[in-house]
Each structure stands twice: as C-alpha cells, then as structure tokens.
Design a protein around this ligand. Structure first.
Ligand SMILES: NC(=O)c1ccc[n+]([C@@H]2O[C@H](COP(=O)([O-])OP(=O)(O)OC[C@H]3O[C@@H](n4cnc5c(N)ncnc54)[C@H](OP(=O)(O)O)[C@@H]3O)[C@@H](O)[C@H]2O)c1
Length: 159
C-alpha cells in the first residue's frame, strides 16, 4: 500500500473535518497519483469529501455505517490489500494513517511550507522510511516520495 498525505511542518493534516488549506495544484497532484487505484479512507474523511471520488474504487472504513457508491471495510485488522489491483492508496485521515502506516511500503508526502492550526496529525514516519526523492516543489509545498527502510542485514560472523 501507498499512503498519500499533506501535512504542515508540525504534522497537521486537518482541523475539524476539513483540511485547513487550499493550495493551487495540490488537489491536481492527489488526483494524478490516485486515479485508477482503489482508495482507502476512514468514515470521517469520506464524509468530509462528501461523495465517492470518481475513477477510483472507494473503500471506506467504518464499524457500523454504510453509504451508497462505496465499498465498506468493517475491520481493518483483517483488511487484505493484496486482494486489490492496482495497489491500494491510503488517503487518511489520522486514525487510518496511524493504523496502517506500518503496512505501507511507500509514502507520498506533501510538505506544506506554511503552518496551520489543526487537531489531526500525521504519525511519525521518518525513523521507518527513507527519503527517495523530492517529486515536485513550489513556493507553497514540496512533494516527497519516501520508501520503507530495509532492515539492516544480520551481521555475518567472519571466522
Ligand atoms: N491532509 C491530508 O492529507 C488529509 C487526508 C485525509 C484526511 N485529512 C483530515 O483528517 C481528519 C480526519 O481524520 P480522523 O482521524 O478524524 O478520521 P478518519 O481516520 O478519516 O476516520 C475515522 C473513522 O474511521 C473508522 N475507523 C477507524 N479505525 C477503524 C477500524 N480499525 N475498524 C473499523 N473502522 C475504523 C471509524 O468510523 P465509524 O465511526 O464510522 O465506525 C472512525 O470514526 C480531517 O480533518 C480530514 O480533513 C487530511
């Protein structure tokens, strides 16, 4: 799985049910990256978007609610991303990122340069992932690709 998120320098991703910024080009990037892929999101994120996103299988995580036009995931602990093709994108919010980050092989992080107040945060990931490349940079943000760090090889015993 790949997680895609936008966060401020202090890791804010949302305030109330909304993303507290509108930055030109950022939504276009999200669409470009996720189009054609299944997208997995928490019910609060789905409700804040307000409709299924077109051109993608919309997988919504909720313990007991349902909505038309989306597929419901009741139990994240038994969710099997290998059943989906192409690869699943995890699109938030905070609860879903924190439960799935350890199962993601890659992160696409938009680092918003300005600070905004918020109450939803992206989890710490820098100790488990390595920066592969900056994909795009503007005056407002930089988009980065991060990959899961490979475990250090076991030390060989040299006789
Ligand atoms: N900046 C970004 O890139 C970005 C991206 C996405 C979202 N956001 C922001 O993030 C915030 C929303 O995040 P959030 O953490 O409040 O909500 P969320 O992660 O979108 O959704 C939480 C909901 O998901 C369901 N859920 C969570 N864990 C579950 C599990 N293990 N099994 C079954 N259902 C589970 C529950 O739904 P039920 O209550 O229905 O059971 C829970 O209330 C908003 O501010 C939004 O704007 C930001």
């Amino acid at each position: 799985m790949i997680a895609i998120a936008a966060m401020t320098p202090s890791r804010v991703i949302g305030r109330g049910s909304q993303i507290p910024w509108r930055i030109s080009g950022e939504q276009k990037w999200f669409k470009e990256a996720t189009l054609g892929h299944p997208i997995l999101m928490g019910s609060r994120t789905f409700e804040s978007i307000g409709r299924p996103l077109p051109g993608r299988r919309n997988l919504v995580v909720s313990r007991n609610r349902s909505w038309p036009g989306v597929e419901i995931v009741r139990d994240l602990s038994t969710f099997d991303p290998t059943q989906y093709s192409p690869e699943v994108f995890v699109i938030g919010g905070a609860e879903i990122y924190s439960q799935l980050i350890d199962h993601c092989r890659e992160l696409l992080i938009t680092r918003v340069k300005h600070e905004y107040d918020g109450d939803a945060y992206f989890p710490e990931f820098e100790s488990k992932f390595r920066l592969v490349e900056p994909i795009r940079e503007t005056t407002d943000y930089v988009i980065e690709r991060w990959a899961r760090q490979r475990r250090a090889p076991a030390r060989q015993c040299i006789a």
